[in-house]
Design a protein around this ligand. Sequence first.
Ligand SMILES: Cc1cc2nc3c(=O)[nH]c(=O)nc-3n(C[C@H](O)[C@H](O)[C@H](O)COP(=O)(O)OP(=O)(O)OC[C@H]3O[C@@H](n4cnc5c(N)ncnc54)[C@H](O)[C@@H]3O)c2cc1C
Length: 385
Amino acid sequence: MRIIDPRPAGSLRFMAGVYFESEHLRGIMANEKLSFTLTTSTPQSADETTPRGALQKEKVIIIGSGPAGLTAALYTARAQLHPLVIAGHELGGQVSLTYEIENYPGFPEPMTGQELVERMKSQAERFGARINLFSAVTEVDFSRQGGPFYLKTDDGNEYEAEAVIVSAGATHRHLNVPGEKEYTGNGVSYCATCDGFFFRDKEVVVVGGGDSALEEALFLTRFARRVSIVHRRDELRAGKTLQKRAFANDKIEFIWNTVVESVNGERNVQSVTLRDVLTDEIREFATDGVFIFVGHDPNSDIYAGQLERDAFGYVITDREMRTSVEGVFAAGEIQDRLFRQVGTSVGQGTAAAMSCERWLAEREAEREDERETELAASQETPVAG
Ligand SMILES: Cc1cc2nc3c(=O)[nH]c(=O)nc-3n(C[C@H](O)[C@H](O)[C@H](O)COP(=O)(O)OP(=O)(O)OC[C@H]3O[C@@H](n4cnc5c(N)ncnc54)[C@H](O)[C@@H]3O)c2cc1C
C-alpha cells in the first residue's frame, strides 16, 4: 500500500503520530499482509502541485473512499474522466473496520476488510483514479443546478468540479452515556478489528444486537476470555447464521433487556453500570473494555440545505443515483438506509459513476450542438437589400 501524504516532508513525523493515534488507521497499519510506503511531497496528482488556496479545477470529484466511492472511482477512471477521490479520514470506510468479509461475491474464502479495500483502491488507481488521503470535505456549494460545484477540504484546498459523486457513508452512533467519551481509547472502542488485540485474556462487553455487534463479538472471542453482549431487547436483529454462531460460542454470553447507563473506571475502564429495562434494576458489571455497535448515521450534515435529505438525514436519490441537484450524484450508505452492505454500496457506486459519465457526455454533446449552431449563425451570409 502506498500512502501519499501531500504535506511537506518535515511534517512526516507528526503525521505518523497522527496515523497511529487513530484507532482506525492503527488497525490498518497493524495488518501484517499490507506494507506501507509513506510518501511525502510526491507530485502524484494535480492537487499536490497546486499551491494551497488556488481553485483546483476537476472534472469529477468523489467524496469518500468506502466501497461506494472506490467503485465510483474505478468506473469513472475507466471512462477516462480522471476522477479525484477525497478519501476522508477513514480510507476504505466502514469495511476496513471489519475483520472478515464472508459475503462479498467472488471471494469464497473470507478476507479481511482491509484486504478488500486495498484491492479496490489499487484497481481504481490502476486506471488513473487519484486518491487524496487524509483530507475531508468541510464545505460545499451545490447551489448552481448543473454546476460547476465548489468544494473545500480541511487541508485548506479548494476545488471546482463539473460533477460530484457523494459517497461519504455513515458513522457509528454513540451511546451518549457518562464515561463513554472519557474512556474512548482507554477501554471504549467502536472497532474490534483495531482494538481487539489489546484485550487478550480480558473480559469485554459488546453493546448492540445487529450484524455488526455479533460479527465483532465473534471476532473478539479470539482474544478475550469472555464477551458479554448487552442488548436492550430480548431478541437480536442480526442474521440467523450469525446468531447461530454466536449462540454456539462458549465465550459469548447474552445480557438481555439491558442498557448501559455509564462506563466507569479510573484510568481505564473497570466496569459498566447496567439497567434492566423491564425491572429498572441497576447493577455494576465488571469489565475491561466496552465495544459499541449500536447503529450508524449518514455523514450528510454538510449537505443540509444543499441536497434534499430524508427525515433521518439520508441524501435522497432516484434510481440513477441523481440527487436534487443536477450534476451531483450520491451512492452507498449516505443514501441507503435499507441495505447497508458492501455489495449494495458497490452497486450504487457503479450506478452513480455510470449516470455521472452519461450526464457529462450528454451535456458535452449539447454544448457541442450549441457551439455548432452559433458558428453556423455567425457564418451565414447576410442577404443584401
Ligand atoms: C463493524 C462492521 C462490520 C461490517 N461487516 C460487513 C460485512 O461483513 N459485509 C457487508 O457487506 N457489509 C458489512 N458492513 C457494512 C459495510 O461496511 C458498509 O455497508 C459499507 O462500507 C458502506 O460503504 P460506503 O462506501 O457507502 O460508506 P463507508 O464505508 O461508510 O465509507 C465512507 C467514506 O467516506 C469518507 N468520508 C466521510 N465524510 C467525509 C468527508 N466529509 N469528506 C471526505 N470523505 C468523507 C470516509 O472517510 C469513508 O472513506 C460492516 C460494517 C461495520 C461497521
